[in-house]
Write a protein that binds this ligand. Structure first.
Ligand SMILES: NC(=O)c1ccc[n+]([C@@H]2O[C@H](COP(=O)([O-])OP(=O)(O)OC[C@H]3O[C@@H](n4cnc5c(N)ncnc54)[C@H](O)[C@@H]3O)[C@@H](O)[C@H]2O)c1
Length: 324
């Protein structure tokens, strides 16, 4: 049978790149992107796009049935910092939206991928490294909703055989798509600042260590995990890791290319408190063993790639670029 993908919340930092990767393997028309906002023209032209609100159960069901969807990727969410600023909306999108998606997946025998996060852990979890299975008492509505998603998906897998798959992503670093209001967003902004003004004001303390990943590793992990044969999976929710760094360490690595980069620190209490409750390193040994996960980008490769890509982008847009 044909594999047909539907990506909900697909116009954020991660959905468009995942659609591109899936379309290369499965064909453009077999991957439908959806969101509640208007796609940029090049995305609208790049393949099927539909409006879909995960809070509108009936409309979502219509789309899934009419398009014969087999794989649902649920990316819609309010991220950590934005969620804390609007708890009621985060609860709606992250919990009610998830329930709609789970019900639809069960009803229509869909396979379901839902990402989780480092934010699914809290101050009482082991932090260095955090294993797949341990105490999870997050202190943000984002984290609470993600733990709920992990547990609901696993429950429905064990009770009804739902093919639920979940990866806990680290902070994802990308050039072309801006981050959506998470706690790790500084690690994208610092590259843009390094090449434009040469000054980055960081909202975290210099020694705040968090797990991070290049976006291409994140997309590849997602596709490889979705394709992994059922018999290889000993878990339904896996940590995936690539690197862990502090603001000061990423700044030092950038200075190897741009020695004049200046970073000042002005910790924001909301995001610093969130970061301090998160793991500093992910133990992803189960993902490596079960389905062969291996990242391609470490800190050095990430910094070279980000600077190279942003420099080319700014140059082609006629913008000023700092150089050595
Ligand atoms: N980006 C990261 O660093 C990161 C890290 C860990 C986990 N994740 C998870 O990956 C997923 C995608 O993250 P992202 O960075 O692309 O997020 P994002 O905030 O950039 O995008 C989320 C998208 O969801 C859409 N959305 C909001 N309400 C909706 C609704 N009612 N119906 C349908 N769509 C709606 C938004 O318009 C937005 O385009 C999320 O579940 C997030 O929790 C991301």
């Amino acid at each position: 049978d044909k594999t047909l993908f539907f990506i909900a919340g697909g116009l954020g930092q991660l959905g468009m790149g995942l659609a591109e990767m899936l379309r290369k393997q499965y064909g453009t028309d077999n991957v439908i992107l959806s969101d509640i906002k208007k796609p940029p023209p090049h995305i609208f032209r790049s393949g099927p796009f539909v409006y879909a609100d995960v809070l509108d159960y009936k409309h979502l069901r219509e789309l899934i049935i009419n398009n014969q969807i087999t794989w649902l990727v649920h990316y819609s969410a309010l991220l950590s910092a934005v969620g804390e600023a609007n708890v009621a909306l985060a609860r709606k999108i992250n919990i009610t939206g998830l329930h709609n998606v789970l019900d639809l997946a069960l009803e229509n025998c869909l396979r379901l991928f839902v990402p989780s996060t480092i934010g699914a852990f809290g101050p009482s979890s082991p932090r260095d490294p955090v294993p797949d299975l341990c105490v999870q008492r997050p202190r943000t509505i984002y984290g609470v909703s993600k733990v709920h998603g992990e547990l609901m998906g696993e429950y429905l897998h064990h009770k009804h055989g739902l093919d639920f798959r979940c990866l806990r992503y680290p902070g994802v670093i990308s050039v072309n798509t801006p981050p959506g209001g998470g706690t790790t967003d500084y690690a994208v902004q610092i590259f843009h600042d390094a090449l434009s003004t040469g000054h980055h004001e960081c909202y975290l303390r210099p020694d705040t260590r968090l797990p991070m990943m290049h976006i291409s590793d994140c997309h590849r992990a997602t596709v490889e995990f979705m394709q992994a044969p059922e018999c290889q999976l000993s878990l339904r929710t896996y940590n995936i890791a690539a690197m862990s760094f502090t603001p000061e360490e990423v700044a030092q690595e950038i200075r190897k290319h741009l020695p004049q980069l200046k970073v000042t620190y002005s910790p924001d209490s909301v995001r610093q408190t969130i970061a301090d409750s998160w793991p500093v390193r992910f133990d992803d040994s189960n993902a490596r063993r079960d389905w062969g996960w291996a990242p391609a980008f470490g800190l050095e490769e990430l910094v070279s790639d980000m600077l190279h890509t942003i420099r080319s982008k700014r140059t082609s847009e006629g913008l000023h670029v700092n150089s050595l």
